[in-house]
Design a protein around this ligand. Structure first.
Ligand SMILES: Cc1cc2nc3c(=O)[nH]c(=O)nc-3n(C[C@H](O)[C@H](O)[C@H](O)COP(=O)(O)OP(=O)(O)OC[C@H]3O[C@@H](n4cnc5c(N)ncnc54)[C@H](O)[C@@H]3O)c2cc1C
Length: 441
């Protein structure tokens, strides 16, 4: 079932031309279009289904610096400021709040890892507090349990996945840019080797610049143009419960279960990292590059079925621009929630925070997390296709860095000084030996 989502209006007419076309209306495409529109560029955001309907509404909503890979940390820090600025400047509400993130553990190895990260964080002026057993028990009093320790990240926070991308889409339209939903991009045209137009099911937009923020669909899109972008998807299940009667932490992570407050007081419950890997031709094609990541995470991953194959997002086929493509057959990628995970998550969450036993399950859904082999997104212009800028592979933590990533992509597109160093993100790294370091996530 789909996750809760605020719907937004669609702009009436597809423009004949644009300075930039952004393909995909998730949090990344939306923030990219927002920062481009703020610079006065004529932008069209084109989305095959509804703005935010795929990963960007299905996630937990964590906006964190805590435990970030060093390559992504500068973008995470900027993003926290940008979340705040966005609402202050537009009056739109994303549900962002710096409520702080609480991590509790009884595992010495996990605590040691958090402590090491904390030492590194201090060197880059990021505030994070290791908690003693007593402090962990106090902060985690809703659990009523003793803990060996924990971490509290006071400057991190959460935003509401059902509201964030739609809020940004409304801001885009207020700036004069256009948002086109129910409009799949079938492909692109080139002239003299450079991108010259974006072809949608509703017509062609002449442009010299397009951003491919297509989430789980990016690799199959790239394949149409001979571009190899290694991407794999993991199907993760979450559920929501009604608002508990008494206060519990807004964002709590333990190895057993995690919980996050939503704007309406309800909670999203999940088991971190747990997911199913559906077999697809794409997965098999990139399996060698993904082995280190799957090896690290194997305890939490189970084999899936053929659902991913049937969904078409990892299609190995060539599409024609004059015929419906897999994107039109699957307007919203809405994978099946894993029944056993729903039951286990609820059980563990109630064991963790007994107050939740009075809250009822209101919904359960799943999402395909799109990953790269090193767990860091691919952002950059494709050398073999000038004018096409890739922005995908956010590897399960792209929601929180949506504003920073969107700003960076807009900087690249408009040739402005980048908000953070873009080099760690360039997709070229997947074709050299440098991609080998797998990020923590
Ligand atoms: C269960 C779960 C929990 C998560 N928890 C967190 C978290 O707590 N914090 C965090 O930071 N991240 C989290 N994530 C990851 C986060 O949700 C993603 O990294 C982020 O939303 C990716 O945004 P996106 O815009 O790249 O992709 P998406 O949101 O998937 O958007 C891509 C869009 O492109 C559209 N599209 C694709 N192809 C075309 C086409 N050809 N034409 C037109 N439109 C097209 C799709 O319809 C889709 O709407 C989680 C993800 C999941 C699934």
């Amino acid at each position: 079932m789909p996750a809760p989502l605020v719907l937004v209006e669609t702009s009436p007419d597809l423009p004949a031309s644009a300075d930039v076309v952004v393909i995909g209306g998730g949090i990344i495409g939306a923030f990219t279009a927002y920062y481009l529109a703020k610079r006065g560029m004529k932008v069209a955001l084109v989305e095959k289904g509804h703005v935010g309907a795929e990963q960007s509404s299905r996630n937990w909503g964590w906006c964190r610096q805590q435990n970030r890979d060093a390559r992504e940390l500068p973008m995470a820090t900027k993003s926290l400021e940008l979340w705040e600025q966005f609402s202050a400047q537009t009056g739109e509400q994303t549900g962002f709040t710096r409520c702080g993130l609480l991590y509790l553990s009884n595992d010495e190895k996990e605590l040691a890892g958090w402590a090491r990260w904390g030492e590194f964080a201090r060197t880059v002026n990021v505030t994070t507090h290791m908690l003693t057993a007593q402090q962990a028990a106090e902060r985690g009093r809703a659990t009523g349990k003793q803990w060996k320790g924990g971490v509290f990240a006071p400057t991190d926070g959460i935003a509401d996945p059902s509201r964030a991308a739609p809020a940004v889409a409304r801001a885009i339209m207020a700036l004069g840019a256009t948002v086109h939903q129910g409009c799949a991009v079938r492909g692109i045209e080139t002239e003299g080797g450079r991108l010259s137009a974006v072809v949608t099911e509703k017509g062609t937009i002449r442009t010299r610049l397009a951003v491919l923020a297509a989430g789980a669909w990016a690799s199959s899109f790239c394949r149409q143009y001979g571009i190899r972008f290694p991407q794999a998807t993991v199907r993760q299940t979450v559920l929501s419960v009604s608002a508990p009667r008494q206060e519990i932490p807004s964002a709590l992570h333990t190895a057993g279960a995690s919980m996050t407050r939503r704007s309406d007081g309800s909670y999203t419950l999940a088991i971190s990292g747990r997911g199913r890997v559906d077999v697809t031709p794409q997965l098999l094609g990139f399996s060698a590059q993904f082995l280190p990541m799957f090896h690290r995470r194997w305890r939490n991953l189970a084999p899936g079925g053929l659902e991913g194959w049937r969904s078409g997002h990892e299609s190995w086929k060539r599409w024609r621009l004059d015929q419906p493509t897999p994107m039109e057959r699957m307007r919203v990628l809405d994978p099946t929630a894993d029944v056993s995970t729903v039951a286990l998550t609820y059980k563990r969450a109630v064991e963790l925070v007994p107050l939740l036993k009075d809250a009822c399950v209101t919904a359960a859904w799943a999402g395909y997390v799109d990953s790269t082999p090193d767990g860091v997104p691919g952002i950059g212009e494709m050398a073999s296709l000038p004018g096409l800028i890739l922005a995908a592979g956010f590897s399960g933590h792209g929601f929180g860095i949506g504003p920073g990533a969107g700003h960076l992509i807009a900087d690249i597109v408009s040739g402005m000084t980048p908000i953070v160093d873009p080099r760690p993100y360039h997709p070229d790294r997947f074709h050299t030996s440098a991609w080998g370091k797998v990020a923590d996530f």
